[in-house]
Structures are given as structure tokens and as C-alpha cells.
Design a protein around this ligand. Structure first.
Ligand code: PLP
Length: 231
């Protein structure tokens, strides 16, 4: 990238065209899945890059670090139609910084977090319970065998609405493993729906990233989180 104002302006126009093309490609591959919400994962992007996504028509943005979320949230405040998602590990002591600014939380995975959220929320928050679907030690999320009791326990916290489940599929080139993971998530979603809990309608599934979102929507994802496709 050049450093003169003209070079910078040319770079910015090029950047906008690129984002529009990337978005067009993703939208094409989602034809027939009109119920899927595309959330742009902005963790690899600076504020200007994120702004170019919004100008290209993306209205759902997601971050996974509180400091980066706050920076972008403040910088992009003028776009009142933007909805903010948070999908990183959320430490209880950081809850106060983000809690009444985000529209969706994808990483609800423990009671202490539910307690803290419930204490600080001004109105109910749409949450996804994160499931450690592939039982990997290094990943957040509720273990599968604890999912149902955990969700039932959330009835104590009136500010928490469980709109769905979220997972990060294992990183592997074995498509079958990824597909089985998404199928299992869909079954878990139906298990939660069968409980018929008012506070946990569980109508949504947040799964699918740049490398696996096409498989995810095939198996019932309604929110996909894409970052690298926009780089
Ligand atoms: C970064 C991130 C994404 C997006 O991943 P890409 O591979 O860049 O599409 C989705 N979900 C979570 C939780 C992330 O941290």
C-alpha cells in the first residue's frame, strides 16, 4: 500500500470492490438458505476494513475479544442498523464492559457467566449455549453430557434467553467428521426443543466458519460466522 493520499484513496476503492465481490460469492453459495444470517467475524480486520463490510451491506458483526469489540463498537456507532455478536471466551470480570452493547452472545458455557450476565443485563439477551461437541480440551463449551442439565438450570436467570446452540467444528480435512459434528448439533437442538422451556426455544444453530459453512447450512445452521472469506 502506498503512502500518498491518492494511493491510499485508490487502495480504499479497491478494498471496497473486493469486499463486495467476496460478499457476492458467499451470498451465491447460500442460495436456497434464505433463513441463514451471515455474521462477519472481524477479529482479523481493523476498523476501516470492518467499515467496508458494513458499507457493502453486512449488518451482523461478531468479535471474540472484548478490547477489539469495544474499539469497533465505538468507531462504528453511527451505523445504527448493525447488530453485534460476541463469540469469544467471555471472562466474568469483562461482562460489565460488553453486556448492554451486544445483541447476541454465542459463548454462554458456564453458570458463573450466567449469574454475572443476569446481574448486569438491563434487558433479556439472546444467547447461544456453546457446546464442546468434539470434546477437545482446548475448546470452550459445555460437554455434551452436561448440556441438558445446564440449560434447565438457566431458568433461574430471567435475563437469559437460550435462542440456540453454538459450536466450533474440529479443524480437519475429513469432511465426514465435520458433517457428523453438525448432525450431532442438530440432534442436540431438537433435544432442547423437546423440553419446551419458555426461556430456551432453541430455534437457532450457530455453526459454520469460512472452511465449513456450506456443510453447516446443509445441516441446519441458521447463523454462520465468517472471517477469513473477507480477507
Ligand atoms: C474467528 C472465528 C470465526 C471465523 O472464523 P474464520 O475461519 O475466519 O471464518 C468464527 N467463530 C469464532 C468463534 C471465531 O473465533
Amino acid at each position: 500500500m502506498g503512502s500518498s493520499p491518492i494511493e491510499r484513496a485508490i487502495f480504499k476503492v479497491g478494498e471496497k470492490v473486493k469486499v463486495r465481490e467476496q460478499l457476492e460469492k458467499v451470498r451465491k453459495s447460500l442460495e436456497g438458505y434464505e433463513n441463514v444470517t451471515l455474521v462477519a467475524a472481524t477479529k482479523y480486520m481493523d476498523v476501516d476494513h470492518t467499515r467496508s463490510l458494513v458499507e457493502a451491506g453486512i449488518t451482523h458483526l461478531g468479535e471474540n475479544r472484548t478490547d477489539m469489540f469495544l474499539e469497533k463498537y465505538e468507531a462504528l456507532k453511527e451505523y445504527s442498523n448493525v447488530k453485534w455478536h460476541f463469540f469469544g471466551t467471555l471472562q466474568s470480570r469483562k461482562v460489565r464492559d460488553v453486556v448492554n452493547k451486544i445483541d447476541y452472545l454465542h459463548s454462554l458455557d458456564r453458570t458463573s457467566l450466567a449469574v454475572e450476565l443476569n446481574k448486569r443485563l438491563e434487558k433479556p439477551l439472546d444467547c447461544f449455549v456453546q457446546v464442546n461437541i468434539s470434546a477437545e480440551d482446548n475448546k470452550g463449551g459445555v460437554p455434551v453430557h452436561k448440556l441438558i442439565p445446564f440449560i434447565k438450570s438457566l431458568g433461574q436467570y430471567p435475563k437469559i434467553r437460550v435462542i440456540g446452540l453454538m459450536c466450533i467444528a474440529p479443524f480437519t480435512f475429513d469432511q465426514q467428521v465435520v458433517e457428523d459434528t453438525f448432525k450431532k448439533m442438530r440432534e442436540l437442538q431438537l433435544d432442547v426443543q423437546d423440553l419446551e422451556l419458555d426461556f430456551a426455544p432453541c430455534t437457532e444453530l450457530s455453526m459454520g466458519m469460512s472452511n465449513d459453512y456450506k456443510l453447516a447450512v446443509k445441516h441446519g445452521a441458521t447463523y454462520i460466522r465468517l472471517g477469513r472469506v473477507f480477507l
